[in-house]
Design a protein around this ligand. Structure first.
Ligand SMILES: [Zn+2]
Length: 211
């Protein structure tokens, strides 16, 4: 089975609800996991989008070479805003990028996507301090602070601990987006967008959304 995917237009973007945007990502990830990627003519999509883009979602994910959002959700050119930073943390510029994606460019969904075996999370768990990496990892520390279930062996060799911190890091980031951006908060309250978290499993290729 081969599905031919068209480029998103203003009309197809307008038709979408936040829930439908989630469904599109779920279906794309399903295709990725089953290795039945949709057929897209990327050169044609480059041409289609040259006068404007109408992406339906913005995805904040890690810089990890294995977590490219376009690939794991089987999306093409013009489909998603891809925001990437180690440990999928938040800062003002990333918030600005999200506000641009939704308020200016019409996207319906923001996903904060963590992943298993994340080097940034593991580094934060081990209190790694090197140059600017220290500043970056400090942004993950609040997720470690709210992980109170693990009483001993609070380091990266403890897989359960790392898993919990990864989840907390995603949910804290989602909360921060809502608290720090009145624009996005209002858009979510009025049903124009959804802001959700998720986890990408490197072993299976599967994304689980926290809904
Ligand atoms: Zn990572």
């Amino acid at each position: 089975m081969r599905i031919y995917m068209r480029t998103h237009t203003k009309a197809t973007q307008d038709e979408l609800t936040p829930q439908l945007a989630i469904e599109i990502l779920k279906e794309g990830n399903e295709r990725f996991v089953n290795n039945i990627k949709a057929h897209r003519n990327l050169l044609e999509q480059a041409n289609d989008t040259s006068q404007g883009q109408f992406p339906f979602a913005a995805i904040l994910s890690c810089i990890d070479s294995r977590t490219s959002a376009e690939l794991i959700f089987d999306q093409g050119l013009g489909d998603i805003f891809s925001i990437r930073i180690a440990g999928n943390i938040l800062n003002d510029d990333i918030l600005g990028s999200m506000e641009f994606a939704c308020k200016v460019a019409g996207s319906k969904l923001i996903v904060v996507l963590g992943h298993t075996k994340c080097g940034a999370i593991e580094g934060a768990c081990d209190n790694i301090e090197i140059g600017h990496i220290t500043t970056l990892l400090n942004k993950i520390k609040p997720a470690i602070a709210i992980e109170t279930e693990t009483k001993s062996d609070r380091k990266s060799s403890n897989k359960e601990f790392v898993k919990n911190v990864t989840r907390h890091n995603v949910t804290l980031t989602v909360d921060q987006v809502k608290k720090q951006s009145p624009i996005l908060h209002e858009m979510e309250e009025s049903g124009k967008i959804k802001i959700i978290g998720g986890l990408y499993d490197l072993d299976t290729g599967k994304v689980t959304f926290y809904e």
